[in-house]
Design a protein around this ligand. Structure first.
Ligand SMILES: [Zn+2]
Length: 219
């Protein structure tokens, strides 16, 4: 699937004790192994260090290009994923009430600055016969989050995937996130939160259904 051959060592060697530190957590098990061009990112990070006036050969920075490359591999692992695969295993249920998973934590990367934005997603749908396990909703969010993103697109991708894969009566996604490109630089709007919503089907068309789902999400 990737145009790059995987350059990561075999999984058992990837996190030997010498390499592992607090910044190198093991990737979550249900995400595919990130297939990024590690040596190419290493060269680019080395260039950035030189460009900002650092010495990439000083002791503290020696392993930094490799650490950054592997961190990017993990943060961008969603690029090699098709998050909709989590919606392919469905149960047929005569359940005609709202299914809502609230407060799904996610970490993404703003595609304008490659700085993290993190927050919570609230995901809901009103099934029309097809139901998925709750954990699948969390994995859907994670798959779309782990790639260069903008919050608006993340929100609509989640709602559209639910609509197209489950054909529900309605789907809704509300995301609240803090963007470090806003809080640590530029406008430095510390503590500001961005809220986006994507409403589909009955949640878009019916005002009382919309009011009900938004109230449930913010309860
Ligand atoms: Zn940004």
């Amino acid at each position: 699937m990737s145009k790059y051959r995987p350059t990561n060592p075999p999984p058992d060697d990837r996190f030997d004790d010498d390499e592992r530190d607090a910044s190198d957590p093991r990737p979550t098990a249900h995400m595919p192994d990130a297939k990024v061009d590690i040596p190419r990112i290493e060269r680019a990070v080395r260039e950035i260090l030189i460009a900002v006036g650092e010495d990439p050969d000083r002791e503290g920075l020696l392993k930094t290009p490799n650490r950054v490359a592997r961190a990017y591999g993990e943060l961008m692992a969603g690029l090699q994923d098709e998050p909709r695969r989590h919606l392919k295993t469905v149960f047929t249920e005569r359940y005609d009430e709202v299914v809502l998973l609230r407060g799904i934590e996610f970490h993404s990367l703003c595609e304008h600055h490659l700085l993290p934005f993190t927050g919570k997603a609230h995901v809901a749908y009103l099934p029309d016969g097809k139901v998925v396990g709750l954990s699948k909703l969390a994995r859907l969010v994670e798959g779309y989050a782990r790639r260069p993103q903008v919050q608006e697109r993340l929100t609509t991708q989640i709602a559209d995937a639910l609509m197209e894969e489950l054909s529900p009566i309605g789907a809704a996604c509300v995301i609240e996130a803090t963007h470090t490109c806003m809080t640590i630089r530029g406008a430095k709007k510390h503590g500001s939160t961005m809220v986006t919503s994507a409403l589909r089907g009955i949640f878009k068309e019916n005002p009382s259904s919309r009011a009900e789902i938004l109230a449930l999400m913010h309860a």
